[in-house]
Design a protein around this ligand. Structure first.
Ligand SMILES: *Cc1c(COP(=O)(O)O)cnc(C)c1O
Length: 385
């Protein structure tokens, strides 16, 4: 069955019944007999969908995690209250004091903070490597355990050759984790490309409506058992309301990403023709670093793009004049967003410093003609005498 069709059938209840799985709120789950209670506790150790106690998630969260398993091609998927909690929960199970972690330099900044401020303090050695690495011999050490990647790169969208990097890492006995928030289980399937662990901030496209927070860690093979154990021990789960919002978001994930992708690419092409703009970062543009790899490994782009403006152009005033783009953190909802961006900040492997200001845009689901007209009007005011 095609995945567009599967999106409509996740969480179906027995008929006659509602089309969506209900919001199941529970801490305590009641039993009539001690035998039933004991059997449930035993069953949940091998079956993640057993309803046993609220801390292990209720049926609503279990339905969402089953859907994400299917989308990601995973054996198991565990849910967290935010994307950053999922990053923490997707790395910690595999690392002990004295271990070495390799992280791509172009990683999401909050993930870098977690590595540098929490993992490092707990005795984990961390090194960063450039996004275009496919041979880890210059970076791997005898105590290296895990390689953390993100493709396309946070804010600058360089595309990693994950199949080649995973082959090299596996030959060295290393696990590979990736942050798949850009692809969100729809545009990109890193577990099929060789990764062992795929982390998604469901706050973005899976929720899709700027009204829910969620993080997911999907895994296969040897990565599953430590993740299952660690998630249970640290008491991580997702509340039923956010799980419901994310399940509902999944119904339109494919449709929404189609429109976000179209609008984002059109905006990227349009910005590329403007004299005020010096560079447009978008993995669907020819000549973008790794664009050919993205075309090979993914099924499309999302609504993100980052635009570099000429030195002296007041890009922040340009953003302030926009009427359809609001300023705010996050992305992946229906709405268009713009905010200042400095992709190189905190990175170790960077080119010549950029002279002008950069703005990260998220193309929402509005009609593209209106978005372009809004941008055009702001440019017109900037150049007016
Ligand atoms: C937003 C984001 C996160 C964190 O998600 P939150 O739900 O905001 O905690 C992690 N990784 C990437 C790539 C993101 O864009």
């Amino acid at each position: 069955m095609k995945r567009e069709t599967r999106l409509m059938h996740y969480g179906r209840t027995a008929t006659p019944g509602p089309a969506n799985p209900p919001i199941v709120r529970a801490s305590t789950v009641l039993h009539d007999t001690v035998a039933s209670y004991k059997a449930t506790k035993k069953a949940r150790e091998t079956d993640d969908r057993v309803l046993s106690y609220g801390r292990r998630g209720t049926t609503t969260a279990h339905e969402l995690s089953a859907a994400l398993c299917d989308l990601e091609g995973a054996e198991a998927c565990f849910l967290f209250p935010t994307g950053v909690a999922a990053v923490a929960g997707g790395l910690t199970p595999y690392l002990s004091a004295g271990d070495h972690l390799l992280v791509v330099d172009t990683i999401f900044p909050a993930t870098r903070s977690f590595c540098d401020q929490v993992l490092a303090r707990n005795g984990i050695e961390i090194d960063y490597f450039p996004w275009d690495t496919t041979d880890l011999s210059a970076y791997a050490k005898p105590n290296t355990r895990l390689v953390l990647t993100e493709s396309p790169a946070s804010q600058s969208y360089e595309v990693m050759d994950l199949p080649a990097l995973c082959a090299d890492a596996h030959a060295r006995g290393l696990l590979v984790a990736t942050d798949n928030t850009y692809g969100s289980g729809w545009l990109y399937r890193p577990l099929e490309l060789g990764c062992d662990i795929s982390i998604i901030a469901g706050t973005k496209y899976i929720g899709g409506h700027a009204d829910a927070m969620m993080g997911a860690v999907a895994a296969k093979g040897a990565a599953v058992a430590p993740l299952r154990k660690h998630t249970a021990i640290t008491g991580q789960t997702l509340g039923p309301d956010d799980a419901y919002a994310c399940l509902r978001g999944l119904r339109t994930l494919g449709l929404r990403l189609e429109r976000h992708g179209e609008n984002g690419l059109k905006m990227a092409e349009w910005f590329g023709s403007r004299p005020e703009v010096t560079e447009v970062l978008h993995p669907g543009l020819p000549g973008h670093p790794g664009a050919e790899i993205w075309a090979r490994d993914a099924t499309g782009c999302n609504g993100l793009l980052t635009v570099g403006f000429a030195e002296g152009f007041d890009a922040e005033a340009f953003v302030d004049r926009l009427r359809l783009f609001s300023i705010g953190s996050s992305w992946g909802g229906f709405e268009s967003l713009a905010m200042p961006s400095s992709p190189d900040s905190g990175r170790l492997f960077t080119g010549a410093p950029r002279k002008g200001q950069m703005i990260r845009f998220h193309a929402g689901l509005e009609h593209i003609d209106d978005l372009i007209a809004d941008l055009e009007a702001s440019f017109a005011q900037a150049t007016a005498p």
